[in-house]
Design a protein around this ligand. Structure first.
Ligand code: GLN
Length: 244
């Protein structure tokens, strides 16, 4: 791979709580491995190129996510990228938009259908920290993030949860699925965790990086340099703090 290409999808409408940082984390962790990596920003109205290596979609306000869904459905590029197996990380509103339908601004709206998931409304808006035990093979550390959403997501049989919740409110707050967080289907990894999620959960970042490169996590080149070591220590400290 001569250059790792990271698609930052609609940062002008989706990208609350630093979610754009997920693309930065992927680029930085690639560069610290000696790889060339670039972020391709795709804004509202622009077509989503289907041949990038990995895509990140952030969270957003109800009105913003309506605009995002409308554009992404009309364009079709992100769906084609998913069909081609390109990894896609979707956060909060991003998760909702990638499902079959979601409720925003009092309307029930079609999503992209990349996740077997439908989103209604929580009884009470979830604002706060969440922790879950990962259900994605190869990820061993607890997942941590900050959540702020009104949406309540139920997964269908084709989507699996990303984590089993140990703290906070996850995808929904009633019914059989109360203890689930996030969704996995095909090449899509979706979560309610802001943070940004990949800064807080480096194992998840490396999972996506490996997927983007078409290799296993074990095959990723080692992180190099004093900055990588310093960053590693800092991440450990910050994760401890958050988990506490
Ligand atoms: N607008 C959505 C909700 O409240 C998503 C919020 C977000 O992305 N933080 O459920």
């Amino acid at each position: 791979m001569s250059e790792l290409t990271i698609g930052l999808v609609l940062p002008d409408v989706l990208g609350t709580y630093g979610d754009d940082g997920n693309a930065l984390v992927l680029r930085q962790r690639a560069r610290m491995r000696g790889l060339t990596a670039e972020i391709h920003k795709i804004t509202l109205g622009q077509p989503v190129p289907e041949g990038l290596d990995v895509y990140t979609v952030g969270g957003g306000e109800d009105v913003a996510q309506l605009l995002a869904a409308e554009h992404l459905i009309a364009d079709g590029g992100l769906n084609r990228a998913a069909e081609a197996g390109r990894p896609i990380l979707a956060i909060c509103a991003g998760l909702q938009v990638l499902g079959h339908s979601f409720r925003a601004s009092g309307k029930i709206v079609d999503g992209l259908g990349l996740l077997d998931a439908t989103t209604g409304s929580l009884k009470k808006r979830m604002i706060g920290e969440i922790i879950s035990d990962p259900l994605l093979p190869g990820i061993t550390e607890p997942l941590t993030g900050f959540a702020n959403h009104q949406g309540s997501t139920i997964l269908g049989a084709d989507a699996k949860p990303l984590g089993s919740l140990t703290k906070g409110t996850g995808n929904c707050d009633e019914g059989e699925q109360v203890s689930y967080e996030g969704a996995l289907q095909g090449s899509v990894v979706a979560t309610y965790m802001h943070g940004p999620a990949l800064a807080r959960n480096p194992q998840l970042a490396d999972y996506l990086l490996a997927q983007a490169m078409g290799i296993s996590v074990e095959e990723l080149p080692p992180l190099e340099g004093s900055f990588a070591r310093q960053l590693g220590d800092e991440v450990v400290q910050l994760r401890k703090e958050r988990l506490r």
